[in-house]
Design a protein around this ligand. Sequence first.
Ligand SMILES: Cc1cc2nc3c(=O)[nH]c(=O)nc-3n(C[C@H](O)[C@H](O)[C@H](O)COP(=O)(O)OP(=O)(O)OC[C@H]3O[C@@H](n4cnc5c(N)ncnc54)[C@H](O)[C@@H]3O)c2cc1C
Ligand code: FES
Ligand code: FES
Length: 1270
Amino acid sequence: MCSIQFKVNGKKCSANASLYRETTLYAYLRYTLGLPGTKAMCKQGVCGSCIVTVKVRRHTTETVQTFTVNSCLVLVFSCHNWEITTVEGIGNRREGYDVIQQRIAALNGTQCGYCTPGWVNQLNVYRDKNMTMAELEMGFAGNTCRCTGYRPILDTIKTFAVDTSADLCQKIRDIEDVQEFKCKKDCQRKCSTASGSSDWSVVEDLSLNDDTEMITLDFGNGYFVKVFDVNQIFSAIEKYNTNYILIDGDTSKGVFQDFEYPPLVVDISDVASLKKYSFDQNLVLGANISLEDCIQIFKNVSNTDEFKYLVEFASHLQLVANYPVRSIGSLAGNFMIKYTKNSYQSDLFLLFESVGATIEIRDSSGTTVSMPLTKFLSYDMTKKLITSFMLPPLSTSHVFRSVKIMPRSQNALAIVNAAFNFKFNGNNVENATIVYGNISGTFNHPSRTEQYLAGKNVFNNTALQEAIAILDKEIVPDDEPPEVSPKYRKKLAIGLFYKYILGIYPHADLPSKYKSGGTQIYRPVSKGTQSFQTNPTLYPLNEAVPKYEAIIQSSGEARYVNDIPPMKNEVFAAFVLSTVFNGTVSEVDGSEVLQIPGVIAVYSAKDIPGKNSFAMPGYQLETEDEQILAETVQYYGQPVAIVVADNEILAVNCVKKVKVTYTNVRKGQPVLQITQATKDANRYLAGDSIVATKKGDNITKIVKGTFATGAQYHYYMEPLSCVVIPVDQGLQVYDTTQWMDLTQTVVANCLKMKESDIHVAVSRLGGGFGGKISRNCEVAAACALVAKLLNVPCRMVLPLNTNLTIAGRRLPCNTDYEVGVDDDGKIQYLNAKIVEDDGCTHNENILSFTMSGFPNCYDKDYINLSTGAVTTDLPSNTYARAPGTMEGIASIEQIMEHIAFAVQKDPTDVRLINMRKEDNDLPDMIATWKKETDYESRQEDIKKFNRENRWKKKAIKLSVMAFPVEYYGNYSAMVSIYRGDGTVTVTTGGIEMGQGVNTKVAQVVAHQLSIPLSYVTVLASFSFVAANNVFSGSSIVSESVCYSAIKCCGTLLERLKAIRELLKKEGKENPTWHELITKAGEEEIDLTATYMMNEKEPDLQSYPAFAVVVIEVTLDVLTGKFQIDRVDILEDVGLSANPNVDIGQVEGGYIQGLSYYTVEKFVYDQKTGKLLTNNGLNYDVFLCRDIPVDMRVKLRYNSDNPKGVLGSKAVGEMGVCTAHSIIHALRQCIYESRKDSGYDVTQWINIDVPYTTESILKALEVDIKEFTLS
Ligand SMILES: Cc1cc2nc3c(=O)[nH]c(=O)nc-3n(C[C@H](O)[C@H](O)[C@H](O)COP(=O)(O)OP(=O)(O)OC[C@H]3O[C@@H](n4cnc5c(N)ncnc54)[C@H](O)[C@@H]3O)c2cc1C
Ligand code: FES
Ligand code: FES
């Protein structure tokens, strides 16, 4: 046989060697089948946007199972006999939407919607498995959402649990009363929330192709061979006698950077014998059992004493990767990663090695050898196959524990992992096995410590301290950035050992204070409440209607840029990136790649017919040019050339093969930090300042400090993408842009074309957060260049590592301050200097926002602030949600905390005493919120907790925000009424990127015209309608666009007045809308109106948006891990146009901020400037189990805003501006521990932001001598 057979959404498909050999299932679905519902972002198995459902017979259980896979990792040729369901197959507009899609839409679980198909698919697989809320929450480690903050998605998920809560059940009943959300799908499934009702068996027989003949696909320059038994594996290897790889799940390439398939790929996923398990006295696991099946096996066989330890194995394995990866990722595959890279922190190796498991390996002659795992690491595996693993029984005198410390709660590689397996005789250790991961390539066991412990009673201070002292000496971690530094990996490793001892300490005499060290922080099922007022007399305005496009997002029918259907002759482009941080590009040699079949062209700067710039000096934000393809390199990884190929994967795979030579390469190290750059006057640009008008003289304390914050990647789930189609004499440009005008101008300029021949259209973005205001233009210009030069459609979608490398980020910011205060902390003078890192150009300098954000709610009279920006050898930075304002507010709030610390007063009192009197609702809001959140009594409980616990600490903090909202720029709207039925379309210059602008504008238009909401359709944004509009990049977009729409409606209503008069004369006093419009049509009235507002509208004035937030956290002192126990947010959004949308903005922004302050970090190679955190496994963002356990949001009641549009206030950027309180809460926990450690806690210490595990451990400074038992 020479083709692979499978089904997609019930239709038979066949893949053969006419495709590119590296074609993934994702690429096949999208480009061959034209099914765009399945999205992709990381292409690494991390983000989950590409998840699809698979049903197939599996060899371990010999049943048909339904599970999910990451279609970005799976080769389409590995799908033999699979039945694949994509989001389109789960439910759609033709056959009806599925209940999952209904619920996620109705419960506000979509914003940009780009992640939604992945969640829907994962839930589709779980819903019939009778899972509890806790199990379900645990099961979504493989799904990232950057917009929603997860809470509404988790609500949706939990409605499918067997133990759904009463309030969620009520929510579902409410939804089901809404006609729009009635399930129209014809199926037998029970959809009740009281799910014990799962009566729908997915296990049925498939009409399988039972053929077990080897399938060989010959691609000319490589082979794909599908085998069905072990002998076939060896014959394939022998036959082709070339470099080969065995693939089972094929997931390990998600871990390796620069992965390339060798000429021979042998798919062993259907070799049944490698998938079975049995018992002799050991548990014998077939080498290629999937990790998910292992979890089941471990759970099933752990009921005997000697295999009890497998309970721990099962729960540890749930922290490995994520469900889709574990569903097909195998044991052997995992071990081979460790084999290839000995320093890899394999969790499987860790667990198996700690119980003395052995591995069995076979060669082509059939000879098998079994050996310890450590020996395997240096065994020659050429032409060898792992056949099984043997897990031994352990007597009851063994005490096993394992632990994994990760940068976030799930779906991450370990910073350090450890497994401890001690055999006891009474209190004496008979035999100690300790295994650590991620220490170094040569270190797995601290063997001297193990030896020392043998025969010792470890439950006494002397033995424990001696063991720790030996550990301290023998753990020598490698320095391998971006890994956590050696010092803190060692600290963690020792802390984990101490934690193990505390956890298993057998006596009642362990001081109760110490017990908190023996456990991890327990996380209950999360929950949330949302509270808001609405006024039904205004409906549909102010009504919490679901998002306009939610249902089509949940079904994958909402179109994004790369969802433009595949076109004949289309080509794909990918950037070649520079390998120096500075220099002149002297030659781009594409001759080698041009030999590769399917590669069409290689272009460099000299191929650009017009101006080589993707910036537009003179437009808002832009002051200097930026090269599309570098002639002069300004940072490591800058695009220097483009490879064009006939498919996406080939184009991306070829970029490294283009040879680029550089001259004038600057010697020395790149400038990567603000502190380095400020030393060079040429890099510095002074900004605006605030000059104090008053100075007090009651100065009793002077507080000085520096507050430094880092960069943040936007992590929009939709990568920067563009599709350009030559049309007539022009180009149709579908760009992921927040600013159509800039894209249009840049493309016209670089191609020397008329602007009027460049037509930009944007339906929606899969997230923007400021990152698609200008950075997208480099991609759009490159894509348009290819389309123009080749005169064919061109598609360009940035791989995550390119996107992370070239796209600018939130600006790092350093604030130096000196404040003179009185005894109560009242500011007498405040001198501050803020310097921001603009990256390699000063475009999008945000100092003015920083400056206006800095005073926050405080009395400005005493503030002297100067600002400045530097250039560094990094990509030019860009707007990121609340650019500048966030940094400004965070800086002053840090200063307030510092003052309170210095004068030993309650920080809220210090804030209140320094607040401005005018235009400030915060004192009232604080008083209300303290009461409603029980702040004071919780504070007392926390004090008690901290006294009673040495190794866990808690804190509660309150923070405030007065965000200065200013109208800025110009936004158009066009409203058209159709005479046939009176329905209405709206198109605007406001780009929908998840913030809900389309929903709000539809509500406003329906309200203004007094028509049902269902009459209003919102169309994509078009450059010819919203010509010359500014970017959609701040919170005022929704309001501004609504303002223009109101003006359009006003014009139309004015025109309709005459028609009303006419009808009145004809005896129709109160015509229906339909009658009115029909008549207007007959009278040839212009039923289309346009309006473009700008910031000079007399009825629009600036105003502050307020928020008060209370946060409570727990910190585990031994590991630096923390949990956000509860958050209460009170936000003033005025009269909300749509409380659903606004709650979503508040929650989503807040979680994005928490993530920024705690896990998001850029690490560079200091010598080359290369970004090291350039993929989904080392640039982390919050996942669903990182969010607060209890998240309560209230939109302030009775709060019409007279200065805004229809009483509302802006909301999109505010959430991130309140999240800084996490660092103050953690700082408090750190001080509580430092107090116990005996440090002088009147000394303020600098703690690096983000508060990562490393930063926290460093600040805690726990001495290992403190690791005692009394
Ligand atoms: C997003 C993500 C997160 C992850 N997180 C973790 C984590 O937290 N902890 C952790 O430990 N791991 C983690 N992993 C690694 C994961 O466990 C492995 O990718 C998976 O187990 C590999 O199995 P596979 O079947 O897909 O291997 P494949 O990718 O199919 O194969 C990998 C290698 O193993 C070889 N191989 C496979 N079977 C055999 C055999 N029987 N004999 C000889 N050679 C063989 C292949 O030739 C190949 O070189 C993560 C992976 C991803 C993608
Ligand atoms: S997991 Fe496949 S694209 Fe991210
Ligand atoms: S809605 Fe989840 S990423 Fe945008």
